[in-house]
Design a protein around this ligand. Structure first.
Ligand code: PGA
Length: 255
């Protein structure tokens, strides 16, 4: 059974004190259990948040990383630095990295490989633009993002990653994919992984949904069989709304 994962992507939000307060509130409300809880603050506050989370079940992750381990790469952060700060996860290929910062599947592929080599779990994001959905290209877009981002990996590697399906038109817009729309893509994704790798790996991979997940839609989304958790942006910035989404995942884990 895949244990649900609820991940908060804080993006470029919150100052130092707000980050510490949010992490503390989430840690206080989280007991060890069947739901994995993760927060991904901005790089500069990882250390401060890491100190708050020490000894609690809440995990820490980076929002991105560079693929090289060290060297003359001004402004870049390596996976070894993330590991040093206590990160167990890193979000890779988020739509804002793909579409605002211009990251390609090749760049994301290099990052996935470096993260795995460092023992950090990549959360690989994929998802279609609105015009691609309207043109009936969702499956093809997601497939090419998966193939490009996972190039050169084997079934054993793939079993270790987390995938987040985030339709770009649903991110930060208040528009959510319906539970049925999301489930369809998640099931297709798992079928694709089974075809490309094997059924064991495809069964092991957690596929999160992301895009305007909030307390009011979390239960319906998470009750879908192939939705194994959520990557939450806006609703992860407040203790109460994030905890309500975690509660929905607990209901799924108990069912
Ligand atoms: P949102 O962001 O929940 O604010 O739509 C999700 C994400 O971008 O990961």
């Amino acid at each position: 059974m895949r244990s649900p994962l609820i991940a908060g992507n804080w993006k470029m939000n919150l100052n130092r004190v707000e980050s510490i307060d949010l992490a503390r509130g989430i840690a206080q409300g989280t007991s060890p259990g069947e739901v994995d809880v993760l927060v991904c603050p901005t790089f500069v506050y990882l250390d401060a948040v890491s100190a708050v989370l020490e000894g609690t079940p809440v995990k820490l992750g980076g929002q991105d990383v560079y693929h090289e381990s060290n060297g003359a790469f001004t402004g870049a952060i390596s996976t070894t630095m993330l590991a040093d700060l206590g990160c167990d996860y890193v979000i890779l290929g988020h739509s804002e990295r793909r579409h605002v910062m211009g990251e390609s599947n090749e760049m994301i592929n290099a990052k996935v490989k470096t993260a795995l080599a460092t023992g950090i779990t990549p959360i690989l994001c994929v998802g279609e633009l609105l015009e691609e959905r309207e043109a009936g290209q969702t499956q093809a877009v997601v497939e090419s993002q998966i193939d490009g981002s996972l190039a050169g990996l084997n079934a054993e590697h793939v079993a270790q990653i987390v995938i987040a399906y985030e339709p770009v038109w649903a991110i930060g817009t208040g528009k959510t994919a319906s539970p049925e729309q999301a489930q369809e893509v998640h099931a297709d994704l798992r079928k694709l992984l089974s075809n490309r790798y094997n059924a064991t790996s495809a069964d092991a991979v957690r596929v999160l949904y992301g895009g305007s997940v909030k307390p009011s839609n979390a239960n319906d989304l998470l009750s879908q069989p192939d939705i194994d958790g959520a990557l939450v942006g806006g609703a992860s910035l407040k203790v109460d709304s994030f905890m309500e989404i975690i509660a929905a995942a607990k209901t799924k884990a108990a069912s």
